[in-house]
Design a protein around this ligand. Structure first.
Ligand code: FES
Ligand code: FES
Length: 208
């Protein structure tokens, strides 16, 4: 590490260590990993102030019909932005690896597992979460069908199942139980409420 590099890494401003991602990685390599790795390993759900040296980005989007402007670290997932920054905790974090579907939302009408995409990639997008499906005084028909058909047990997967089910119906992929099961296969329910979920989607699709 040259003197200039060392100066950049140790420069302080108002008590805050100033280090961008590149200089941090470079410093970590030089000292054989002895530098504390907190800024890089901090979870995406950690408060913004603890998310290290990623560049802040302002994302403007519409969420459930309302305009939002959110400044996020470049590494923040869309799921964490919704839950931690916007306060919409209806969308659930199951695996955080794209395997369970609990975090499914609609982005510009398309089903997306929000744990696998970065918030900064969706500037200008139209987002619909489970909180945005009902209308004043009336649940979305699929929400009502889930109740009528007893389509959930613990309910943790339910927001993702319902949002995914809405997408499945809108796509025209709910024509038969087999088709519905295929196109809903990314949404896992550990309680095994699949039969009732399929029935709820079929009933809603018939009325759609
Ligand atoms: Fe996103 Fe499981 S939390 S797929
Ligand atoms: Fe429990 Fe789906 S209702 S995981």
């Amino acid at each position: 590490m040259g003197p200039a590099e060392a100066d950049r890494i140790t420069a302080h401003s108002g008590g805050q260590l100033r280090m961008n991602r590149r200089t941090f990685v470079g410093a970590s390599i030089v000292v054989g990993g002895a530098v504390a790795a907190d800024p890089l390993v901090a979870g995406c759900g950690a408060p913004e102030g603890n998310q290290g040296s990623g560049e802040p980005n302002t994302v403007r989007l519409r969420i459930n019909g309302q305009a939002h402007e959110v400044t996020v670290d470049s590494r923040t997932s869309l799921l964490d932005m919704l839950r931690e920054r916007v306060g919409l905790t209806g969308t659930k974090k199951g695996c955080d690896q794209g395997a369970c579907g609990a975090c499914t939302i609609l982005v510009d009408g398309q089903r997306v597992v929000s744990c696998l995409t970065l918030a900064v990639m969706h500037d200008g997008a139209e987002i619909t979460t489970i909180e945005g499906l009902a209308r004043p005084g009336a649940l979305h028909p699929l929400q009502q069908a889930f109740i009528d058909e007893d389509a959930f047990q613990c309910g943790y997967c339910t927001p993702g199942q319902i949002v995914s089910g809405v997408g499945c119906i809108n796509e025209g992929h709910a024509g038969s139980p087999a088709e519905t099961r295929e196109w809903m296969s990314g949404n896992i329910c550990r309680c095994g409420a699949y039969t009732n979920i399929t029935t709820a989607i079929a009933n809603t699709a018939k009325g759609a």
